[in-house]
Write a protein that binds this ligand. Structure first.
Ligand code: DSN
Length: 415
């Protein structure tokens, strides 16, 4: 039982080693990615992986759940301390799973969901074509205001009053501005809808108190733990007490089987880390870094959707440049700068091509990079995108990227 991966499967071992090197030697600007602590990775690969614990603490369908109960209770207790939510479910495997469980708990098939258009920054699980949500509910979309490229509350209210959705979703995967939850609550109350805040991207900022808190306003909040919260890959649901039983039942047995107890152990640790004062500093620096990167790109004559950022990401509009989002992401990768292509509001190009990229700063901030590194990276991005046909520029920058990566190791000594 003590056989190590390197002793039995060199093929897998080598691929994992290659990924360690890729992460170490490139600059991750994908805003949904991050580097959790080694301790979180350790908890996530612990023997709790081996335990089935269907049910909830004290009410399991399997024997041998004493430590499973302990760890799940601890995770819930810590999450409650962090978010001040009335009820928390830590079993949910992912953000999409969390949203599906909310629909199952609060809606009937065919009910109406009002959510942000996917191509204006919404998320697939809010009702994108081809999804379970799209097939089982009536999806109505609001978009962003054409001029400000932010939420237009009068328009959202008008659509809500016209269509009477049972559920309104506030939340996005590509929205660079801070969200005020009060108008959302008001609109939901006016039409008698539930309000779901999908905070997957900004939950770390919320935990640290550097972004407005949805907890007093939303009926349910869904999130992921691996993004700005810098935990294991997983989900999280916070809700009012009156929905506790429906939400828990919608997770198990509704949409999931056995909880991933090893991931719950890692979530417990993630919530502890997020309660530390350093975590608040980290979140503040994420925003500060994003603002610096945004300013640098603006100085280089790139247009940013909505004019800038209040959070961890920005959307760069490339439609006035000689390059698509797809091509931009590809050539940036050649220089070791990892971003994702992204549709911008009112994009004329399809989602496989796009006119934008969506850089974000959580991962680089975890590495310890600060404002001066952001300026440098912004200038590299600019140089590469203004010279898409010049391979030499990319080769030269790749070397500089590798140098800076050495200065900011992701995991000291990880093999
Ligand atoms: N795919 C994630 C993102 O990158 O935003 C959201 O689920």
């Amino acid at each position: 039982m003590t056989i190590l991966l390197s002793e039995i499967d060199l093929e897998v071992k080598e691929i994992l080693q290659e990924e360690i090197e890729r992460q170490q030697n490139t600059l991750t600007l994908i805003p949904s990615e991050n580097y959790p602590s080694r301790a979180i990775l350790e908890a996530q690969s612990s023997v709790l992986n081996n335990k089935y614990a269907e049910g909830y603490p004290g009410k399991r369908y399997y024997q041998g759940c004493k430590t499973a109960d302990k760890i799940e209770k601890l995770a819930i207790e810590r999450a409650k301390q962090l978010f001040k939510g009335e009820h928390i479910n830590v079993q949910v495997h992912s953000g999409t799973g969390a949203n599906m469980a909310v629909y199952q708990a609060l809606l009937k098939p065919g009910d109406k969901i009002l959510s942000l258009n996917l191509f204006h920054g919404g998320h697939l699980s809010h009702g994108g074509k081809g999804t379970f949500t799209y097939n089982h509910y009536q999806i109505i979309n609001y978009g962003l205001d054409r001029d400000s490229e932010t939420f237009n509350y009068e328009e959202i209210e008008r659509i809500a009053k016209l269509t009477h959705p049972q559920l309104i979703i506030v939340g996005a995967s590509a929205y660079p501005r801070a969200i005020d939850f009060r108008p959302w609550r008001k609109i939901a109350d006016e039409v008698g809808a539930y309000l779901l805040a999908d905070m997957a991207h900004i939950i770390g900022l919320i935990a640290a108190g550097v972004h407005p808190d949805p907890v007093p306003y939303a009926d349910v909040i869904t999130a992921t733990t691996q993004k700005t919260l810098r935990g294991p890959r997983g989900g999280l649901i916070i809700c009012k007490k009156k929905y506790a039983s429906s939400i828990d039942k919608a997770i198990f047995p509704g949409t999931q089987g056995g909880p991933f107890m090893h991931v719950i152990a890692a979530k417990a640790l993630c919530f502890k880390e997020a309660c530390q004062p350093e975590f608040k500093d980290y979140q503040k620096q994420i925003i500060s870094n994003a603002k610096t990167l945004a300013e640098t790109l603006k100085n280089e004559e790139f247009r940013l959707v909505s004019g800038g950022t209040d959070n961890h990401l920005m959307l760069v509009d490339l439609s006035d440049k000689d390059i698509t989002g797809d091509k931009a992401a590809t050539i940036l990768e050649e220089a070791g700068i990892i971003v994702n292509k992204n549709s911008i509001p009112f994009d004329k190009k399809p989602p496989s091509i796009t006119s934008g990229i969506r850089p974000g700063t959580p991962a680089l901030t975890t590495r310890g990079m600060g404002n001066s590194e952001m300026r440098l990276i912004g200038e590299w991005i600019s140089k590469i995108l203004y010279n898409p046909h010049d391979r030499n520029i990319r080769r030269k920058i790749k070397k500089e990227v590798e140098e800076i990566c050495k200065e900011f190791p992701i995991y000291e000594g990880l093999k």
